[in-house]
Design a binder for this molecule. Structure first.
Ligand SMILES: Nc1nc2c(ncn2[C@@H]2O[C@H](COP(=O)(O)OP(=O)(O)OP(=O)(O)O)[C@@H](O)[C@H]2O)c(=O)[nH]1
Ligand SMILES: [Ca+2]
Length: 482
C-alpha cells in the first residue's frame, strides 16, 4: 500500500489574514497564511492568493456608493473558498484605502463616508473577523511598503551584490528602501544614516523590530501617482483652453477626444480649469521624448527648499542610501518597456525610450500611456529623487509575492514582527557553520541568505543590526522547520 504523501497533518495547520487594498485605480484582495504552530508568531507569512476586483477603485463610486460594496463580492466569495471553513471566524479581514479615497475625502467627505459605509456593510456579510475599513495616511502607506520589501527575501541578484557593497562593519546589513508608484500617489521610504527624524519630523516613522529601533524616512506625494500626474501634465498644456493639443508624450498618429470637465475633475487640477474652455479638446500625439520630458519636468517644483536638501515641491529628503525595491506601476511600466535592467547607462535608457515614444501609433499596442509613464518614472527617479544610474541599485521586481503596503500592514496589525529580539540567539552557534551546505540544496536563492548568515555571525561581535537577524531567523525556521 502506498504511503500517505505530504507532511504530517499537524504541520499543515495554518493561520490566515485577508487585506483589501482599495487603491485609486482598482481594489485587490490578498490572502496571507502562516503556520499556526510556530511560537511568538515568527512563522513565515506567505501570500497564498490574490484577487483583482473587477472595475475601478472604490472612490470612483462616489455617486453610487452601494456599488463600491457590491464590487467586492466576487473576490470575497473567492476568499471564502480559499480559506478553510474552520478558519473563517479567526481570519482577520482589513480594508485599507489609499490616495483615491484621500482625494475623495478632501473633495467631499460625506461621499467618502458613504462609500465606507457601503463597503463595511458588504464586508460584514462574510464570516471573517472584520477589523475595519479606513484610509491609510501617506506615511503609513510608505512605511508598510518598506516593511513588506524588507520582509520579502526573494531579492534579485543585483541587490544581493549591492547589499554586500553597502555592508559596512559598523552598520551591518542595510535595509532596502521602497518605491511605490500608484495611480494617485507615490511613496519613497528608506533608512538613511544621516536622518534621525529631527529635520522634518513629519517624514519620520520609527519602528521597533527585533530589539532594534529603525528611523525611517518616508514621504507620500499626493497627485504624483501616474494617473494624476498625467492630469497635471495635460493641465499644463491646456491652460489657454485650446481645442487641440500636440502632445509629445503620445505616439505620432495617436488621437483622442478629451473632455475638459472630466480631465479637471480631481482636486489635483480642479483649481486650474481654464475659464471659458470648450467642452472637449483633441489630443494628438507627436512622440518626442525630449519635449515630453520638458513637460513632465514642469510638474515638479525645484525652486524652493527650506531644509538642508529637498527632493521636489519643497519636501525634505535625506541622502539616498541602500538598494531600493520599486514596485506597482514602476514595475508594470518598466517591465513593459523592457527597462528593468538598471545597469544600463542612463543615456541608453533614454535612447530606448525616445525610440519607443517616436514609434507610430499604428505600430504599437493599444496601450497609449507607456511613453508618458516611462518618461515620468525616469524623471521622478533621476530629477525628483536624485537617483543616479547605473550606480544606484533600484530593482523593479520582487519575485514570488506582490509587493505593496498590504503585507506590512497585516504583519503590524497581527503583531507578526516581534518588537524585541529573543533572549538567546535563535540557534546554537554551531548550527551556523552547516548552513552554507543547507543553502546549496535550495540553490541560488540561498546566496542572499548566506550573506545574511555571515552578517549575523559578524553581528555577534560587532552589533549587527537586528533586522538582518530577524530575516535570517525567519528563514532558518523555514528551512529547518523548527
Ligand atoms: N500595465 C499594467 N498597469 C497596471 C496594472 N495594474 C495597475 N496598473 C496601472 O498602474 C497604475 C498604478 O496602479 P496601482 O499600483 O494598482 O495603483 P493604485 O493602488 O490603484 O493607486 P494608489 O491609491 O495611488 O496607490 C495605475 O495607473 C493602474 O491603472 C497591471 O497589471 N498592468
Ligand atoms: Ca497602491
Amino acid at each position: 500500500m502506498a504511503k500517505p504523501q505530504g507532511p504530517h497533518p499537524g504541520l499543515m495547520l495554518q493561520n490566515y489574514g485577508i487585506v483589501l487594498d482599495a487603491g485609486s485605480s482598482h481594489t485587490a484582495l490578498y490572502i496571507y497564511a502562516w503556520p499556526a504552530e510556530k511560537d511568538n508568531n515568527t512563522g513565515r507569512v506567505e501570500q497564498t492568493h490574490s484577487c483583482k476586483v473587477k472595475g475601478k477603485g472604490i472612490s470612483s463610486y462616489a455617486s453610487q456608493p452601494w456599488k463600491a460594496g457590491e464590487s467586492l463580492t466576487l473576490c470575497m466569495q473567492e476568499a471564502e473558498q480559499k480559506v478553510p471553513n474552520k478558519r473563517h471566524h479567526e481570519t482577520p479581514l482589513y480594508l485599507g484605502a489609499t490616495a483615491g479615497m484621500r482625494l475623495l475625502n478632501m473633495e467631499n467627505s460625506s461621499a467618502s463616508d458613504k462609500v465606507f459605509q457601503a463597503v463595511e456593510k458588504a464586508l460584514q456579510k462574510f464570516p471573517f473577523s472584520y477589523q475595519g475599513a479606513r484610509i491609510l495616511s501617506g506615511q503609513e502607506e510608505g512605511a508598510f511598503g518598506w516593511v513588506t520589501v524588507n520582509y520579502l527575501d526573494d531579492l534579485c541578484s543585483c541587490c544581493v551584490l549591492t547589499s554586500m557593497r553597502f555592508l559596512s562593519p559598523s552598520q551591518g546589513l542595510e535595509t532596502t528602501g521602497a518605491l511605490d508608484l500608484g495611480g494617485a500617489s507615490t511613496q519613497i521610504s528608506f533608512v538613511s544614516d544621516n536622518y534621525d527624524g529631527s529635520e522634518s519630523p513629519s517624514n519620520s516613522v520609527t519602528f521597533r523590530l527585533y530589539g532594534n529601533d529603525y528611523n525611517l524616512y518616508t514621504h507620500s506625494f499626493l497627485c504624483y501617482g501616474k494617473d494624476q500626474v498625467l492630469r497635471l501634465a495635460l493641465a499644463q498644456q491646456t491652460q489657454s483652453g485650446p481645442r487641440t493639443i500636440l502632445d509629445p508624450c503620445f505616439h505620432p498618429g495617436y488621437t483622442e477626444i478629451k473632455n475638459y470637465s472630466v480631465l479637471y475633475d480631481s482636486p489635483c487640477v480642479s483649481g486650474r480649469k481654464p475659464q471659458g474652455a470648450p467642452e472637449n479638446f483633441t489630443l494628438r500625439g507627436n512622440g518626442s521624448f525630449g519635449q515630453c520630458q520638458e513637460i513632465v519636468k514642469s510638474v515638479f517644483n525645484f525652486t524652493s527648499c527650506k531644509y538642508s536638501q529637498c527632493s521636489f515641491n519643497g519636501v525634505f529628503q535625506p541622502l539616498l542610501q541602500g538598494p531600493f525595491g520599486a514596485f506597482s506601476a514602476y514595475y508594470f511600466v518598466m517591465n513593459f518597456l523592457n527597462l528593468t535592467d538598471t545597469s544600463i547607462p542612463l543615456d541608453t535608457v533614454k535612447d530606448k525610450l525616445a525610440r519607443y515614444c517616436a514609434t507610430p501609433w499604428d505600430e504599437v499596442s493599444y496601450l497609449a500611456e507607456y511613453c508618458f509613464s516611462g518618461t515620468y518614472i525616469l524623471t521622478l527617479l533621476t530629477e525628483g529623487y536624485n537617483f543616479t544610474f547605473p550606480s544606484s541599485c533600484v530593482y523593479f521586481q520582487i519575485k514570488g509575492s506582490d509587493a505593496g503596503w498590504t503585507l506590512g500592514y497585516m504583519l503590524n496589525l497581527t503583531n507578526m514582527i516581534p518588537a524585541e529580539a529573543p533572549d538567546k540567539p535563535p540557534l546554537p552557534h554551531y548550527v551556523w557553520a552547516v548552513l552554507p551546505i543547507c543553502g546549496k540544496v535550495k540553490g541560488q536563492r540561498m546566496l542572499l541568505n548566506t550573506v545574511l548568515q555571515i552578517t549575523w555571525i559578524q553581528g555577534l561581535f560587532r552589533r549587527t543590526k537586528a533586522f538582518s537577524q530577524w530575516r535570517v531567523h525567519l528563514w532558518l525556521k523555514d528551512i529547518l522547520s523548527i
